[in-house]
Design a binder for this molecule. Structure first.
Ligand SMILES: Nc1ncnc2c1ncn2[C@@H]1O[C@H](COP(=O)(O)OP(=O)(O)O)[C@@H](O)[C@H]1O
Ligand SMILES: [Mg+2]
Length: 430
């Protein structure tokens, strides 16, 4: 016979062992680590300086990080921390190796958004984050998609739902409701504004006490952090609708924007959002917080169709928000205005006539809003995607070097264009 007491005893036993058992089943291969980068990559692909110049400089100054020699013995291999130290300490031809960043500005926020699943959003977000980190930037990713592709790709598979965008939104609801109630109490008049009472189910979750940093998790890249998502966060859309009902004056769409405003301006350079394939509370938070909107699209006719309907629906949703009445004082401006909007073709095959025709159609319709460099369809990304890694993380010795280089070159070109747009937009950020 087993009663609830026996079950409770079994649970207590299990809880005691939980940590130890998890460690046994979580094999070390699952713990993501970042590889080192060869002196060839550091010179030619990362710093873009002459390799023998770089070797000479390193040899002349033993206080600089010297990397490690691997078994093949020919090259030195550097960690990203070492690369960043070199970047800070070295000047080549009197030029700094630090990437451009306007002084006194907060991090630039870019949303990778489209309602079409499979458009390449998560792949673009992952590769841009990695390319930016190799370019010397400090990156914060925010995963708005409960499918959590980006979080999994960055090695986060064990996430509590309260530490996701949902937690940020619920915490914001509590804080904003308190602020509104305090303002209502403070207002001297007989026409006191109604006080809003949130149900204990919301206020007792302990979310109000979480600090800004609690939502930010480190990744295997020393200069990339992430606000992760998890499959359990799939209920967020449903919960958000209820929250809005509890306090209709709550500017629900600005929760993540307000959250990001609390991060010190100089903590990061770029914030990259991976968006869910649907319009809703989470995607509205993403686009509302974004300075730059990047819209990836596949190169087919149906993808052109759904991208068209995406911008239509987005426009309607933003027009709706523009009518929002209770705009809190601060940085929130309505209507929402992006500093830049671009379309990026993905999974593009340069030798495919249909793809080229669609590229020119995109160009005719959207003009210079279409980026010059599409992201090409590559086997390397298909393969590396299966291992939840970017082309930057894959060691080129594990692949045909040409295949790796072609794939990387395509992402590099698209990233550099993205970076140039971001740097231009940055000047216009508060
Ligand atoms: N440039 C590319 N080359 C090859 N495969 C790609 C490329 N971009 C995306 N894919 C693959 O297409 C699928 C969907 O991409 P994903 O980035 O997850 O789309 P989304 O986030 O928009 O749903 C994934 O399996 C991914 O590996
Ligand atoms: Mg995705």
């Amino acid at each position: 016979m087993f009663t609830h007491e026996d079950l409770a005893r079994l649970q207590a036993q299990s809880l005691k062992m939980q940590g130890a058992i998890r460690q046994q089943t979580y094999s070390p291969e699952h713990e993501k680590t970042l590889r080192r980068f060869s002196s060839w990559e550091v010179g030619e692909l990362i710093f873009k300086v002459n390799q023998s110049t770089l070797r000479g400089r390193l040899a002349a100054d033993p206080s600089l990080p010297q990397g490690q020699v691997e078994e093949d013995g020919r090259q030195r291999w550097y960690s990203l921390d070492e690369i960043n130290e070199l970047r800070r300490k070295l000047k080549v031809n009197r030029k700094s190796l630090m990437p451009p960043r306007p002084t006194g500005k907060r991090a630039l926020r870019a949303a990778i958004a489209n309602f079409k699943g499979g458009a390449g959003k998560s792949t673009v977000a992952l590769h841009f984050a990695h390319a930016a980190a190799l370019d010397g930037y400090r990156v914060l990713c925010v995963d708005f998609d409960p499918q959590a592709t980006l979080s999994h790709s960055m090695g986060l598979s064990d996430v509590d739902e309260e530490y996701t965008v949902w937690g940020i939104m619920a915490r914001d609801l509590i804080h904003e409701t308190e602020r509104m109630n305090a303002a209502a109490t403070g207002a001297e008049s007989g026409t006191a504004l109604p006080r809003r009472q949130l149900p204990a189910a919301v206020t007792d979750m302990g979310l109000a006490d979480l600090r800004v940093a609690d939502f930010i998790k480190p990744t295997s890249w020393p200069t990339i952090d992430i606000v992760p998502s998890c499959a359990n966060a799939a209920f967020v859309e449903f919960a958000s609708a209820q929250y809005r009902h509890m306090n209709p004056e709550w500017s629900f769409f600005a929760a993540v924007s307000r959250y990001l405003d609390q991060i010190p301006d100089d903590a990061y350079d770029l914030v990259i959002f991976d968006c869910p394939p649907a319009i809703g509370y989470q995607s509205m938070n993403a686009v509302f917080a974004a300075d730059v909107l990047y819209i990836p699209s596949g190169p087919g006719y149906w993808e052109y169709d759904s991208t068209t309907s995406f911008i239509g629906q987005l426009s309607e949703a933003l027009e709706d928000l523009a009518r929002f009445r209770n705009v809190p004082a601060g940085t929130m401006n309505l209507p929402k205005a992006f500093t830049d909007v671009r379309f990026l073709l993905t999974r593009f095959e340069p030798n495919n006539d249909l793809h080229r025709a669609m590229q020119s159609a995109f160009g005719k319709v959207f003009g210079d809003r279409v980026t010059e460099h599409p992201i090409e369809m590559t086997r390397a990304v298909e393969q590396s995607g299966r291992f939840l890694s970017s082309i930057y993380e894959i060691d080129y010795r594990d692949m045909t070097r040409d295949t790796w280089r072609r794939a990387r070159a395509s992402f590099d070109r698209a990233y550099e264009e993205f970076r140039d747009h971001c740097v231009a937009a940055w000047e216009k950020v508060n």
